[in-house]
Design a protein around this ligand. Structure first.
Ligand code: F6P
Length: 542
């Protein structure tokens, strides 16, 4: 059995160190150290990261790096990149980094060159995407595709939906993309309400092809298509699939010639650059999709090859541990100063919380420290007029990532200067605040001084990129994938399984017949039984 994490020498040293630095203010840290900004500026794959506004000293960083060494983060990283079975509870590799290896590379895992497999699928995706984009692919009645509906949930939805929003400026505006995920029938209905079935292509995206939400939505879309097109043979022209389970695809009635595979070593939340990205490729085209992959790969190389003290994902991962475990920060905000990244926080919620929201270590013993934070966020500047009040003056510490782009994709008057000025101002206000003395000097009445005082000392990472291109998006996503990996390695959890979602799925399957009028199972708890009964009564079922 592994020793408790909190007993390890590096952890103990960090505890002692935290006690001595926790009162230090960023104002003082900046005043005492002219070289701080230079030393704490990093670059990886076009991401410029200012980490100077973090509550750390040189000693903090050194101790965090010692923790990383003690937890063998680099060895674990190398094992992941080699394709070892780092997902121990499911006994498989977590090899999303192979999805973006260039064609000329090779990586043999469990006896197969996975790079060849990856590029074979990418080539088929590219050929199919080009046919759809050019109008060569025709629907059952001979019309070209104008709308693509991705049917999936979790990792089979959030990545593609986020990427479509993020890369809209690079997308074919003649094509409308929709994303159906919720098993709530209104999601399907509203998504297809104004679409013409003759011009609609559905992509059923599911790693397992058994997820009840996706299968139910896919069946409803199929019915919607058949009602309009009237003929089973229409399905081959209007429904394609992305899955690792090609037998189930064929059972569903989809021609496996129109199926795009991937592999069990791609986790759902790590799959937006696999065939799960088919909708993205149709939207932005194969060349831009290639740039997206190149962005991912640039960060992979950075993570794999850069020494720890300059390794951006590793350092950001360690900072997350610093705030979560030593300052007790329960949440982490991601604030993209870019409307196109509106879905990025939701995407990161699954990546972070499904990966590291764990309570036991690889050997099954409890983790004796806190693991993943709650991740949340909204695009700036909207959040400023909503929850930033709490970030600035609330009683809880929320480390924030601000993400901004030097140049806009849609230049419009002064908009971008204002947007960036706000991003910079927020990071500045969070770090340095405004003191009571400054307020008094500005003539603020004494009774208002405590209300207007801004404590500052609220840490931020400022991530600045040139423009939100496909490459930039790939590099950002890979950055966070590796941050999550680093934290999982420190906490010694399996970042690639998700057993915590299973019980709810099982119970829902058992409860559905009861709601449909079936008899109450004896073992059902009283509260659930009463709620089910109330639902039946409210629906007039007696
Ligand atoms: O319920 C969680 C989950 O298993 C996620 O990990 C996954 O991304 C999602 O469901 C969808 O799974 P699938 O792609 O197999 O439909």
């Amino acid at each position: 059995m592994a020793d408790p994490l909190s007993d390890s020498p590096a952890w103990q040293a960090l505890r002692r160190h935290h006690a001595s630095v926790r009162e230090l203010h960023l104002r003082d840290l900046f005043a005492a150290d002219e070289g701080r900004v230079g030393r704490l500026g990093f670059e990886a794959g076009g991401i410029h990261a200012d980490l100077s506004k973090h509550r750390l000293t040189e000693e903090t960083l050194a101790l965090l790096l010692t923790l990383a060494a003690e937890r063998r983060v680099e060895e674990r990283r190398d094992a992941m990149f080699r394709g070892e079975h780092v997902n121990t509870t499911e006994d498989r590799p977590a090899l999303h980094v192979a999805l973006r290896l260039p064609r000329e590379r090779s990586l043999v895992v469990d006896g197969r060159d996975v790079v060849r497999d990856v590029h074979e699928v990418l080539d088929r995706m590219a050929a199919f995407s080009e046919r759809v984009r050019s109008g060569e692919w025709r629907g059952h009645t001979g019309r070209r595709v104008r709308a693509v509906v991705n049917v999936g949930i979790g990792g089979s939805d959030l990545g593609p939906a986020m990427a479509y929003e993020a890369l809209r400026a690079f997308s074919d505006r003649e094509l409308e993309l929709r994303f159906v995920s919720n098993v709530d029938g209104s999601d399907v209905r509203e998504s297809v309400r104004d679409l013409d079935p003759e011009e609609t292509l559905a992509i059923v995206s599911s790693k397992t092809f058994t997820t009840i939400e996706t299968m139910t939505n896919a069946a409803s879309i199929r019915t919607w298509l058949l009602d309009a097109l009237g003929d089973e043979s229409a399905i081959a022209k209007h429904v394609v699939a992305v899955s690792t389970n090609l037998d189930a695809v064929s059972e569903f009635g989809i021609d496996t010639d129109n199926a795009f595979g991937f592999w069990d070593w791609v986790g759902g939340r790590y799959s937006m650059d696999s065939a799960i990205g088919l909708s993205t490729m149709i939207a932005i085209g194969p060349a831009s999709f290639g740039e997206l992959l190149a962005g991912f790969h640039a960060l992979d190389r950075h993570f794999a090859e850069t020494p720890p003290e300059r390794n951006l994902p590793l350092l950001m991962g360690l900072l997350g541990v610093w705030y979560r475990d030593f300052f007790g920060a329960q949440t982490h905000a991601v604030l993209p100063y870019d409307q196109y990244l509106a879905r990025f926080p939701a995407y990161l919620q699954q990546l972070v919380m499904e990966s590291n929201g764990k309570r036991v270590r690889l050997d099954g013993t409890p983790v004796d420290v806190e693991t993943a934070p709650v991740v949340w966020g909204e695009p700036g500047t909207n959040g400023q007029h909503s929850f930033h009040q709490l970030l600035h003056q609330g009683t809880t510490l929320v480390p924030c990532d601000l993400i901004a782009f030097a140049s806009p994709l849609e230049p419009l008057g002064e908009h971008h200067e204002l947007l960036l000025a706000n991003a910079l101002a927020q990071a500045q206000a969070l770090a340095f605040g405004r003191t009571a003395d400054e307020l008094r000097a500005a003539g603020v009445p004494e009774r208002l001084v405590p209300h207007k005082e801004m404590p500052g000392n609220r840490p931020t990472s400022f991530l600045l990129l040139e423009r939100l291109t496909p490459f930039a998006l790939g590099s950002l996503v890979a950055l966070y994938e590796h941050v999550v990996f680093t934290q999982g390695a420190i906490w010694d959890v399996d970042s690639f399984d998700q057993w915590g979602v299973e019980l709810g799925k099982e119970l829902a399957v058992q409860l559905a017949p009861l709601l449909a009028g079936g008899t109450r199972p004896d073992s059902l708890d009283a509260s659930t039984a009463a709620l089910a009964e109330l639902i039946r009564r409210l629906r007039g079922g007696g």
